[in-house]
Design a protein around this ligand. Structure first.
Ligand SMILES: Cc1cc2nc3c(=O)[nH]c(=O)nc-3n(C[C@H](O)[C@H](O)[C@H](O)COP(=O)(O)OP(=O)(O)OC[C@H]3O[C@@H](n4cnc5c(N)ncnc54)[C@H](O)[C@@H]3O)c2cc1C
Length: 399
């Protein structure tokens, strides 16, 4: 008989201080060097999808970092996936398409049936299928996710879905979408979070058959859309997890999501700090480098200090997650610190560049627009603070 396995203990969790996953970092840097700033600038101007970048990340297996080896993925820890995203952003690339696949797939991995996992995960790992769309947000309910109105009514072996989503990113470029729907009216459920379910929608089949996708003109090139459902049919066998418990299935992945996107913020912050420091040292005004002025160097130095603190917190959050220990507090604190460090670094970089910060060819304005979104999506700063106030500090729920 096997000896019982001891549960993980806090004392056993270790955080690496130096450059962990050196081989992965080197490899991601090599890929990113093939996609320099003009590539991203051009995509931004055309509002186009980074197909070549996503293909390169898929071919090297990085997009399948979190898919277990038995399904053809790399089976890496969350920290390694975070390092991949961080290096992309550190190098000036924009990894939204990659992070979406990483955390959207998590819901399928944790709550999908054996049959669903065997059907989809190997194809996602091989790059034959893209699962990059996640339809949660609705125009009339926003952050109040439990009150979503998109309705799925059972009809034989199908659900019939009607309603609307907004800000569904990459839906035009994904084969599959995870969709949160209401399967029981909100006035019939015991708990606010009950009555919701997760459906895996095959976008290739659904388009033109009860589903219409419209591109949303937005401040950044995030390939985001609004989606309209008018009696779209989804087979019941495509439901992920139990009926009525979809909110739980989605919620489960929130810590992983926060940790992953925080790695991107730390990468952004490092890019801004390096770009600002270089420019401040080279730009001569009044006969000397502008970086000689403390008014120029202090905001950059402060952003650096904030980034180092965020990085430490993030390493801790990822280590706890990978050890299977509770990490809600740490994931939220890391998310707050990382998104704010990135924004302060973006502001310092913009200000350091003066008027040239507005010139497209310097890339500062584009990356500044991109860094800002982390304080709004996937979760806004206020909601992160509300989590800390309620769940860590024990204050009353504010909403
Ligand atoms: C570029 C981009 C990509 C996105 N991609 C996706 C995607 O792929 N899939 C998806 O489902 N969604 C996506 N979103 C949506 C994103 O998750 C939401 O915008 C975000 O959760 C906030 O919701 P909202 O915009 O409706 O804001 P609202 O809920 O209307 O909130 C507006 C403001 O009020 C504050 N607020 C609201 N309630 C409270 C409260 N109780 N206490 C304190 N403050 C409060 C919020 O913090 C926020 O600052 C994306 C958004 C953007 C901008």
């Amino acid at each position: 008989m096997n000896a019982p396995i001891d549960p993980p203990r806090l004392d056993d969790v270790h955080v690496t201080l130096g450059e962990d996953y050196v081989d992965i970092r080197d490899s991601v840097r090599r890929i990113c060097s093939q996609f320099p700033a003009p590539y991203w600038r051009d995509l931004d101007e055309r509002e186009a999808y980074p197909t070549e970048f996503v293909n390169a990340m898929t071919e090297t297996g990085f997009l399948a970092a979190l898919i277990p080896e038995e399904y053809g993925g790399a089976g890496l820890p969350l920290r390694a996936a975070g390092v991949i995203l961080q290096e992309c952003h550190n190098a000036g690339c924009y990894a939204a398409a990659c992070h979406a696949q990483m955390y959207t797939m998590g819901t399928l991995l944790r709550h999908g049936s054996a049959e669903q996992k065997a059907r989809y995960l190997p194809q996602i790992a091989a790059g034959e299928l893209r699962l990059q769309a996640f339809g949660v947000t609705e125009p009339t309910t926003g952050t109040d996710t439990t009150q979503i109105k998109t309705r799925a009514v059972r009809d034989g072996d199908d659900y019939v879905v009607s309603g609307q989503k907004v800000w569904t990113s990459r839906a035009e470029y994904s084969d599959l979408m995870l969709l949160l729907v209401r399967t029981q009216p909100s006035d019939e459920v015991a708990r606010r979070s009950d009555g919701l379910s997760v459906l895996l929608v095959d976008l290739r089949e659904a388009r033109g058959h009860g589903m219409e996708i419209k591109k949303l003109a937005a401040m950044i090139n995030h390939n985001t859309t609004e989606i309209f459902f008018d009696e779209m049919r989804v087979p019941v066998k495509n439901r992920i997890g139990p009926e009525g418990k979809g909110f739980r299935c989605i919620l489960d992945g929130m810590n992983a999501e926060r940790i992953l996107v925080s790695h991107e913020s730390v990468g952004d912050a490092r890019w801004f700090i390096a770009t600002a420091s270089k420019y401040a040292s080279e730009r001569i005004v009044f006969g000397r480098p502008i970086g000689k002025n403390q008014g120029v160097q202090f905001p950059i130095a402060r952003a650096y200090a904030e980034t180092q603190a965020a990085d430490m917190m993030l390493r801790k959050a990822a280590a706890l997650f990978d050890a299977g220990l509770p990490c809600g507090e740490d994931a939220n604190v890391a998310k707050l610190l990382a998104s704010e460090a990135a924004w302060h670094a973006a502001e310092a970089c913009m200000q350091t560049h003066g008027g040239f910060g507005y010139a497209r060819e310097y890339d500062v304005e584009r990356r500044w627009r991109e860094a800002r979104v982390q304080q709004i999506a996937p979760i806004s700063t206020n909601l992160v603070l509300a989590y800390i106030a309620e769940h860590v500090l024990g204050m009353p729920r504010s909403y």
